[in-house]
Design a protein around this ligand. Structure first.
Ligand code: NCD
Length: 305
């Protein structure tokens, strides 16, 4: 296993063994992520966070991860304030930031942008979401959350719900869940079905359902997603599907006691706030898990653990 210098662009490039190693390190990072224990293992290292799209959790949990380990952070969350607004290419921007930092995290609206960045940077590049493409670090924290809850993923019934067409989190997640032997249900309005090229790459055929009520009693994990309004070419199409799904207390009253509800967040109505107090709710814990998982990733690609 050679993590040092590795780019994390797609979840497909990580083996089961590598994922286990990330989780082993993430487990050790939890007390540091909580602020209960101090660490300086990344002292002297600089992380660059380049966010060409809005973000709260991904950017701030990467930055927290770096700070908690004693490292420094540079970057931007508003590309308009950089030379990109003067016409600088992504390739040139990356070449320069690569000279200023030891590891680069990038989020960009175009699929393939993180791959391009990885080609131009000498230092490791971590994809924090490329358009409707991949979001591998979200997938790792999702999987970490499920693994801590259930142990083995094999045989779990996992429903991916909402925008399966444009949602990059579910594109990355479906792949790894099928590799690990989960039973996948795809629940979405017809307009937002998971693209065929992603389904073709899955090890076993997922079950496509229109109505969550039909499967609610069997589900172990409800993985809910936001309809990705910003990726719709036509706003009238968005209006047709907005508000299609909502996870409510009533729906969950029929679910298994052990079932959990996850969401990469932000939620915009897909999970009623009344669900927050139920023992099923796991989305806030999931968002916290982004910190130890990203601490593990940064330490591994920088070669300090
Ligand atoms: C997701 C994203 O950016 O893809 N957010 C996140 O990273 N937690 C999901 C979303 O925006 O709906």
């Amino acid at each position: 296993m050679m993590f040092k210098g590795k780019d994390i662009v797609s979840i497909k490039e990580l083996s089961k063994k590598e994922i286990d190693r990330i989780f082993e390190v993430a487990e050790e990072m939890i007390p540091i992520a909580r602020g209960e224990k101090k660490s300086e293992i990344l002292r002297g290292y600089v992380l660059a966070t380049l966010f060409f799209e809005p973000s709260t959790r991904t950017r701030l949990s990467f930055e927290t991860a770096m700070h908690r380990l004693g490292g420094g952070v540079i970057g931007f969350s508003n590309p308009k304030a950089t030379s990109i607004s003067k016409g600088e290419t992504l390739a040139d921007t990356i070449r320069i930031i690569d000279l200023y930092s030891d590891v680069i995290v990038i989020r960009h609206p175009y699929e393939g942008s993180a791959r391009l960045a990885a080609e131009f940077a000498q230092h490791p590049v971590i994809n924090a979401g490329d358009g409707a493409g991949q979001h591998p670090t979200q997938t790792l924290l999702d999987l970490f959350t499920m693994t801590r809850e259930f142990g083995d993923i094999k045989g779990l019934n996992i429903a991916l719900i909402g925008d399966l067409k444009y949602g990059r989190t579910v594109h990355s997640l479906a792949y790894i869940l099928s590799e690990l032997g989960a039973n996948i249900y795809l629940v979405s309005p017809p307009l937002l079905r998971m693209p065929k090229h992603i389904i073709r790459e899955l090890k076993s055929r997922p079950v496509e359902v229109d109505n969550l009520d039909d499967i609610v009693e069997e589900v172990d994990v409800f993985y809910v997603t936001r309809i990705q309004k910003e990726r719709f070419p036509d706003p009238t199409e968005y209006r047709k599907v907005a508000g299609t799904y909502s996870i409510t207390e009533k729906l969950l009253s029929k679910a298994k006691k052990s079932a959990i509800v996850m969401h990469p967040l932000p939620r915009v109505g897909e999970i009623a706030t009344e669900v927050d107090k139920l023992p099923h709710a796991r989305y806030f814990q999931q968002a916290f898990n982004g910190v130890p998982v990203r601490m593990a990733l940064l330490s591994l690609v920088l070669g300090v653990v």
